[in-house]
Structures are given as structure tokens and as C-alpha cells.
Design a protein around this ligand. Structure first.
Ligand code: ZN
Length: 363
């Protein structure tokens, strides 16, 4: 299982997929679903849905992870060919200087670029610790003129992402671009293989959602159509086992999957998720039975698309689960393969426990 998770994760990390431009990642996911014998479909926004019909008496389940990643859109091109951008999603500006990027003009034709960083030798003392905003940065593609950049296919609106990369660190850790949420997609693919062809399950909709990093509402479209009773969202859990994060929680890389008991954005967006108690109990009981260490999180500053999915129809019994991850939204995020493996096992076993008697009433 671990080898497949690693292969899927790295393959997906190396495919660019800015929000609203997820087609290449979606195609890779759909090919893998087909290999597992599962047919999939896409809706108008681009969400990929594979439904495994099950016991109609049991509550139906939507399990989802997002395909898209954050980045930029081209805002303009200077006469000297430098490309200017607008940020798309939670781009950490202090981690941008001197990063490599990919301007996505078409598969096989993508344009490499670098985010310019002022020559250190000419940097004045008062400039040394100043972070440029995304609006101030310039991307150098080497072309040297606006006409040459445009001839390469770059236009206003062209998607730009960190240059895709993936590397193995010691101890089964993987570092690189868009671990958020390609690791969730890899887990969902492995779950698909585990559930395919099994009987005695509830109806399960496996959904690879779009535009999470943009407005968190891509998955809502799918939920409105599917009307699931239960929604389980797979995404990152903020690892707090580095010195800078020590006060933020108790979530360690490699110590098992995580479950969020409370999330709230707290930066103007009045949303988050307080999970359904039956889902919390299900995850806790399943983890105990499977011998899996289930870590807990309660975090202000985090928001996922589940926040909007939970309010669809009569309300959806929801829970956020995920894998610990370090260095979120930077060009090099980091996760541990053992967490992806135990998270897959947890989800597989938890879904197997959802039968006709599974109680979601709050009375
Ligand atoms: Zn995410």
C-alpha cells in the first residue's frame, strides 16, 4: 500500500493544477480510477465523482479531497518581458523570493520562470528584511520582451504555480509542491481500490473536488447533487512538532492521522467545522479497534470546503480528517507516508462500519 501511495502522491505532485485549471490532475486521477475498475464522471465545475452503489438503507457517504493548488494568475507583462501576477489562494509572500515557477500555457508547452530576487550585493540594510507582496514580484522567463513572452503563449490570465517538484526525505517523508492536497487525493485513490467490488457497504461517493484554494465552494456543487447524509473531508492537519508551531497544538508528523474537533477561519470568514458527534465517535472507535493512533486538532485559522458542504440540504453529518503536514502553502510542503497509510486504513474501516443502523439523529 505504501508504495502505491508514494507513487500516486509523487505523480500527482508533479502535475500543475491551479484552481479552475485542474483538468490535468483530474485526468490522472480518472485514469487511476479506471485502472481500479471504477467509472467516474465530472460535473460542470470539474469535480470528479466515482459512485460505489451500496446498501440504500444505510446513510450515504461523500468522501472528498481537493485536486487544485494555490498559485497566481498573470496580471500583466512589462515591455521588458517581466511577468506580473495576482495571488490566487493563501500564498505566503515571505516564502516567494527566488522560487521557480511554471506558467501553464498547455501540456508540453509550459513556460518555466523564476521569481526575481534583488541582487544581494545591492540590497540595502533596510531592504534586507522586507517581504515583497505578490503584486510587487516579477517573474523572469528569460524571454526579454513582452512580444516574446506572448509568443510563448503567456497571456493575462495564464495560471502560474510553483514549479512542480517532489523529493524523498529520510524516514518515508515526502517534500515538495502541493502535498496539500495531492496527498489527500492519493489516499482517496487508495481508498477507492480498497472499496471497489466490496459488498456490505453504504453508498460511497468518492469526490475529487475543485477550487478549494480559491473559494472553498467547488465541492458544494457536487454535494448539492449527491445529497449525501455523511461527508468526510480529507486534507492537511497542521503539524505542530516544529519549534515555531509548538504552541499551536499537539500534531506530530508520522504519529498517525488526525481529526479536527474544531476549525474556524477567524480572518473575516465566519465559517469552520464542528464535527457531528456520531462521526467523531465513529472515527475514535474505529481507530481504537484498528490500533491506529488518531491525533486531535482544534485550530483557528484553518478552513476547508467541508465548511460549506456541511450546510447542504438538511445538513450533512461532517468530519474533517487528514494527515499532519509541515510548511503549509510554501513551495515545499512535507508529509509522512506512514500517516497516509494509517489514514487510508482508518477511512476504509470506518466506512465499513456505516450500516443501516448508523444513527445520525441529534434528538
Ligand atoms: Zn488543502
Amino acid at each position: 500500500m505504501r508504495d502505491r501511495l508514494r507513487r500516486d502522491l509523487i505523480d500527482l505532485m508533479l502535475i500543475p493544477g491551479l484552481s479552475g485549471h485542474e483538468e490535468r490532475v483530474a485526468a490522472a486521477v480518472r485514469a487511476r480510477l479506471a485502472e481500479a475498475g471504477l467509472t467516474s464522471r465530472t460535473d460542470r465545475l470539474g469535480n470528479v465523482i466515482a459512485t460505489l452503489p451500496g446498501d440504500p438503507a444505510a446513510p450515504s457517504v461523500m468522501v472528498f479531497a481537493h485536486l487544485d493548488q494555490l498559485g497566481f494568475f498573470v496580471r500583466g507583462i512589462d515591455d521588458d518581458g517581466l511577468v506580473r501576477v495576482e495571488r490566487m489562494g493563501g500564498v505566503p509572500e515571505r516564502a516567494l523570493a527566488a522560487q521557480a515557477v511554471t506558467l501553464c500555457v498547455g501540456e508540453g508547452r509550459d513556460v518555466p520562470g523564476v521569481i526575481a530576487n534583488k541582487a544581494h550585493h545591492a540590497t540595502a540594510p533596510d531592504e534586507k528584511y522586507r517581504v515583497l507582496t505578490a503584486a510587487e514580484i516579477a517573474i523572469d522567463t528569460g524571454h526579454g520582451s513582452r512580444a516574446a513572452v506572448e509568443a510563448a503563449g503567456v497571456r493575462i490570465g495564464t495560471p502560474v504555480v510553483y514549479r512542480p517538484q517532489a523529493m524523498d526525505l529520510a524516514g518515508g517523508r515526502i517534500a515538495g509542491t502541493s502535498v496539500d492536497d495531492r496527498a489527500g487525493c492519493a489516499v482517496l485513490l487508495e481508498l477507492a481500490r480498497a472499496l471497489a467490488g466490496r459488498t456490505g457497504l453504504p453508498t460511497v461517493h468518492l469526490v475529487f473536488s475543485v477550487q478549494e484554494e480559491f473559494n472553498l465552494r467547488g465541492a458544494v456543487v457536487t454535494a448539492q447533487v449527491l445529497q449525501p447524509d455523511i461527508a468526510i473531508q480529507i486534507d492537511i492537519m497542521l503539524a505542530s512538532d516544529t519549534p515555531d508551531m509548538a504552541a499551536r497544538g499537539d500534531m506530530a508528523l508520522g504519529a498517525g492521522p488526525g481529526m479536527s474537533l474544531y476549525s474556524f477561519h477567524g480572518r473575516g470568514t465566519l465559517n469552520g467545522v464542528i464535527p457531528h458527534p456520531a462521526m467523531v465517535a465513529l472515527m475514535e472507535r474505529t481507530a481504537a479497534a484498528e490500533g491506529i493512533n488518531l491525533q486531535r486538532a482544534a485550530t483557528v485559522g484553518v478552513l476547508t470546503d467541508l465548511s460549506y458542504v456541511q450546510t447542504v440540504g438538511q445538513g450533512v453529518a461532517s468530519v474533517d480528517v487528514g494527515f499532519p503536514m509541515r510548511y503549509s502553502h510554501s513551495a515545499i510542503e512535507c508529509c509522512d507516508l506512514s500517516d497516509l497509510e494509517t489514514l487510508t486504513r482508518l477511512l476504509d474501516a470506518a466506512i465499513g462500519r456505516i450500516g443501516p443502523g448508523f444513527q445520525l439523529d441529534r434528538g
